[in-house]
Ligand binder design. Structure first.
Ligand code: PCA
Length: 319
């Protein structure tokens, strides 16, 4: 009797509970973003007593970075992480965080996210997606093999791009855009397929770009965010207490991620330096040109987004 009862209880617990999600990301296991997601997954498992487990699939092993949002939307994978700017074509306001020279600090980046989030939730909601949290990359700096002092120095420079913003900036600078996924940056640098890029210090460190790359200019051009999300139906299928546990862990992950990003910004810049990269300021001439390019870029962006742009930037600048 006892054995039968215990077996029945076990079966009941198993059928009741055990849900397992896969979460696809296009970044490496060692990335601070992925480490944060893994901790999020552990916290969800603990808070739900193993009712919900989240299995993180890094390195674009399930879907490439640019395909992840659609894959989650189509229910091919339950959850995912991607960089918000990978979806500007379909969701223009996702690009609000990569307009050059709008945000110069983590504090302002946080304010921008507060203002951008409602619109993102609406656009994600319409696609059957639920946002869990977002975390920024450290500020974007300019890496080059040769010193650059003026716009003219970008002529014939092969500039690595990872989104619409970087493509457009490369074009505006007069450089040649070369699309290289984050995972392939180290190899592309070593093979001479690229001689400049705008990205964070930590991405330079992860890809060990020292050697060919000699200069890192701290221009803090923007703070792009990664966003973690789940298929809304999948989320709603959870028991209410599991749903609350996921949302609580997501809030904690967002907070932790922002702190980690800021910390890694410092250590990574020192690591670039320690490996022989000159960390510098740009010339005032180039700074003026870059600011002008930033203004041109923002006019183009506002035109593509329409009134949703003012919902974000009127309070950003005036409140
Ligand atoms: N690293 C990613 C996105 C922004 C960043 O800092 C990349 O270079 O692809």
């Amino acid at each position: 009797m006892k054995a039968i009862l215990l077996a029945a209880l076990c079966a009941a617990t198993v059928t009741h509970a055990q849900t397992s999600w896969k979460l696809a990301t296009g970044y490496r296991t060692e990335s601070f973003h992925t480490a944060n997601i893994s901790q999020f997954a552990r916290e969800v498992a603990a808070a739900t007593n193993g009712q919900l487990t989240i299995d993180v699939a890094p390195n674009g092993s399930l879907f490439k970075l640019g395909e992840i949002r659609q894959a989650v939307q189509d229910g091919k994978v339950q959850a995912g992480e991607t960089i918000m700017t990978s979806m500007v074509k379909e969701i223009p306001i996702a690009g609000a965080d990569s307009i050059p020279f709008v945000v110069g600090s983590y504090k302002r980046a946080q304010r921008l996210w507060e203002l951008q989030r409602p619109g993102m939730e609406r656009d994600f909601g319409q696609r059957g997606l639920k946002i869990l949290y977002a975390v920024p990359w450290p500020p974007q700096g300019l890496y080059t093999t040769r010193p650059v002092k003026a716009m003219g120095d970008f002529k014939n420079v092969k500039m690595r791009t990872y989104n619409q913003t970087t493509v457009r900036l490369a074009e505006m600078l007069g450089a040649t855009p070369v699309d290289v996924a984050m995972l392939d940056v180290g190899k592309a640098v070593a093979d001479g397929r690229m001689d400049a890029m705008i990205t964070s210090a930590v991405t330079g460190v992860e890809n060990k770009v020292w050697g060919p790359i000699k200069h890192y200019y701290e221009i803090s051009a923007w703070f792009p965010k990664n966003i973690v999300f789940v298929n809304a139906k999948t989320f709603e299928a959870l028991a209410p207490d599991a749903r609350s546990a996921v949302l609580k862990a997501a809030t904690d992950a967002e907070y932790r991620g922002w702190v980690a990003s800021e910390a890694v910004a410092q250590t990574a810049t020192r690591e670039l330096q320690a490996n022989g990269i000159k960390v510098e300021r740009i010339s005032s001439e180039l700074e003026t040109d870059l600011k002008r390019i930033g203004e041109r870029f923002s006019r183009e962006w506002v035109r593509s987004v329409g009134h949703a742009a003012s919902d974000i930037f009127v309070p950003f600048y005036f409140n």
